[in-house]
Ligand binder design. Sequence first.
Ligand code: AMP
Length: 219
Amino acid sequence: MRIILLGAPGAGKGSQAGLLEDKLNIPHISTGDMFRSNIRGNTMLGSKVKSYMDRGVLVPDELTVEIVKDRFLKEDCIKGFILDGFPRTLTQAEYLDEAFFKMRMEITYAIDIYAPDEVIIKRLSGRRICSGCGKNYHIRTKPPVKEGICDECGGKLVQRNDDREEIIRKRLETYHIETEPLIGYYKKKGKLLKIDGRGSIEDTYEGMLSALGMENDFN
Ligand code: AMP
């Protein structure tokens, strides 16, 4: 199954991709994670993309396409994949169509996870990430046992640069202008599924599995 997850930043794409990855045993491909790992590794690409990410605007299409272009050829993608955060512009969607056409592949579904801006701002501004292992927390809904410290590895919890409220608002504005039109793009192709992302991770997962016609085994 080849799935694209659409939806605003904070709608829950990453959490749902992680759950689907385990259920379907196909890789979760996140361009945001790829960029962050380049920034952590101080690569040339990392230094090029950091300022865009810090400002909450999109990384230029050429750099983004460059980072994903060979990913689909890896062996773990044979059974499919879950794309989280790509495509984010019409140019990227058209690039993907062309690349898949050449590889004789087709997207199975584009899933739009919907949540209103105010829900997203509350969610993202409370998010904290472990600087050691990357585990996600939330100061209200999923706090660690000891404030500021990861339950798993004892690492320090930090706020992503782009999870500050003014940057979240910019990311949402960018989403509405650049990415939201992709909902219509995939609808026209008959590939769109829409699910409600306002509730908990479990509720959203249930909605997604039911839209995909699959059984829920969340526990
Ligand atoms: P994410 O973790 O998916 O929210 O992505 C974090 C940031 O990475 C975004 O705000 C963008 O600056 C950049 N980014 C991730 N994916 C893309 C993409 N497909 N196109 C352009 N920029 C992207």
